[in-house]
Design a protein around this ligand. Sequence first.
Ligand code: PAF
Length: 283
Amino acid sequence: MHKVQRVSSLRAAVVAARKEKKTVGFVPTMGNLHAGHIELVKVARQKTDFVVVSIYVNPTQFGADEDLGNYPSTPEEDARRLAEVGADLLFLPEQATMYPGELATQTVVYVPELGDMYCGVDRPEHFYGVTTVVSRLFNMVQPDVAVFGKKDYQQLTIIRRMVADLAYPVEVVGVDTVRSAEGLALSSRNGYLTEEQIEMAPMLRTVLQKTSDAILNSRSSFKKLEQSAITKLQAVGFEPQYFKICRQQDLLPAARDDEKLVILAAAVLGKARLIDNLEVERS
Ligand code: PAF
């Protein structure tokens, strides 16, 4: 696996791959890779011939009081795991490459509404940052296929919308969340949990599952189910930020007769803000 920092080197490698008639897959990350990221690279590997992975901790998607300064970084271990799983190129851009000008005057890519709800309420700048950096990365890498985790369900939906609205010739693939044996969705931020909280954290998944069962098997209103889930999470020490039963296609609140649903949840546990979701399909 080659490592490059400059866009010119990245482009030269991608052009060389294309000359060999290879298709290009892309997995953007912020590093500190875990089994969830590795799964994304495996999917890119299966779907394309030349796999580019980027590691860049994007400052514009962090709020002023968030963990940008302490974001976990494990560069050697990341490179070792990526080489092992068969990534072809690791792109490690510097800040000046990603944002050549002042951050305050940088062009931004903004997906209205979808970017303003749920995580966008508590983290108002977050999705501006994500869509801006992902659109820049897409322009740099020019992939055929880009792979994202379903754990960040809202992010995945927003990126799909951005790709459709801006006519990017990129197929966006969503990959199922990888979990611990106890059901906790893997995340770089799980490292902020104490041992006791790690034992409690899978409760978020349990409450999602119970809500899904109730959607399928009871006549309770969605409002009631959401409120009951919030109460259960509070009772065991979570501070829920939202727990919503939504439509998969646009994440708007679901109605009883919608068939493709997703339950989205975010809750703070100790120093970690956990997000998770569960797709529910009714026929
Ligand atoms: O999901 C992430 O790790 C980040 O939001 C992404 C897509 C790499 C953009 O910085």
